[in-house]
Write a new protein. Sequence first.
Length: 361
Amino acid sequence: MSEKLVAVLPGDGIGQEVTEEAVAVLEVAAKKAGKAIRFERAPVGGAAYDLTGSPLPPETLALARRADAVLLGAVGGPKWEPLDFSVRPERAILGLRKELGLYANLRPAKVFPALADASTLKREVIDGVDMIVVRELVGGIYFGQPRGIEQMPDGTERGVNTEVYTTPEIERILKVGFDLARSRRKRLCSVDKANVLESSELWRNTAIRMSRDYPDVQLTHMYVDNAAMQLIRNPKEFDVLVTSNIFGDILSDEASMLTGSLGMLPSASLGGRVALYEPIHGTAPDIAGQDKANPLATILSAAMLARLSFGWEDVASSIEGAVQRVLDEGYRTADIYRPVPGVTLKQVGCKAMGRAVREAI
Ligand code: IPM
Ligand code: MG
């Protein structure tokens, strides 16, 4: 059987700690299932900038291109905020997405029953939430031209960004949404701002046209402001939510908080030959290096990697099952530590959480 190569790009802050745990978990789960896997590490983000002057050095991109999948931690931090836009750590993520053609970002938000009380929303609102945000990732206002800050004759400045979508770009991301909905509860909510934006009008018309090929999927449309509201009013309404790059950026953070912790949510970015998996949280500079981070989002990202890139369903479900068990047994990192009636909680750090998951496998 051919050995799989995973490019590991830990990045900055807690990215370093959480990816190490995820790698160790994936290694154990793969071994147990008799699968061959190999990891190669490369710097990305601020760490890469410090070493090479570039947040996405050519060697890192080359590793990602020749790997079978990419596992990324997180990038950024106050240390690099003063840097010019072109070399900010965030450029590395945007560059990887663009260079690898990762146009579809999948961000599941599923409530673990053991953590329902860790949400800021009432248990009855979020119990049973199981949705997935499909975010367009390489188009829209993040990449549209023209962009920039220009000097005006009167001495003032003008900042410009452009929201732009073509039919093929809309079709390919909507197809991901429709297909995913078909494999789930068959409900697709397309989120736009078609009452104001032409790019959204095109988006909505395209969705309506495509829905003829998906008679089994119930397509609904929602304006983004209303979607932001419905997400906290009645999140169980949602199955698959598909939307543009910037709306997806915002709504996926909101959806993540339904589950109680940003520290729990994995993501997958697909569309090219090689896919990228990362937790949706950031680098948490305030707790970095203190063994306090929650590695579960990255561990769950590694499970998505095994399933979607390698077709290793057994490895993926053994990891997901192990996460479920350690939560049921009461293991909690600080971010998800909330008393649960009838359960004795064990507060642990990043390393001990990783170890507990490995033992549960
Ligand atoms: C995300 C992040 C990124 C984004 C940043 C770090 C560029 O917020 O993955 O959601 O805006 O896409
Ligand atoms: Mg974001």
